[in-house]
Design a protein around this ligand. Sequence first.
Ligand SMILES: [Zn+2]
Ligand SMILES: [Zn+2]
Length: 129
Amino acid sequence: MSLGKKLRVTKQRQVLLDELRKVCTHPTADELYQMARKRLPRISLGTVYRNLELMAENGMIQKLEVGGTQKRFDGNVAPHSHVRCLKCGRVDDLALSLDLDMEELARQQTGYAIVRHSVEFCGFCPACR
Ligand SMILES: [Zn+2]
Ligand SMILES: [Zn+2]
């Protein structure tokens, strides 16, 4: 969540944003590259990576801090929880209100000014269990 200057929305970034907001699957950069290529055949994987990182730093999208081998991205920047499948790596949203008392407890225990927190649930998705 950067407070830096606003990122210019280029054609490439707009396409990535559109594709990301269309789905709720929390795609990886590779998956977003495949999605964006249908509209921007000349875009490179490196460009996709770079733009996703920049947009995440700028708060336009969310980079998920979940386990697993590849970073995943989320077009929904509102705070929400996630559940991750330990077998196939699928990540779903979880409609669970975040407990603000936990942030207060964290502040008291550590002296940090808490900005946000995330909760990750792990398990096996309906297809894998
Ligand atoms: Zn699974
Ligand atoms: Zn999400």
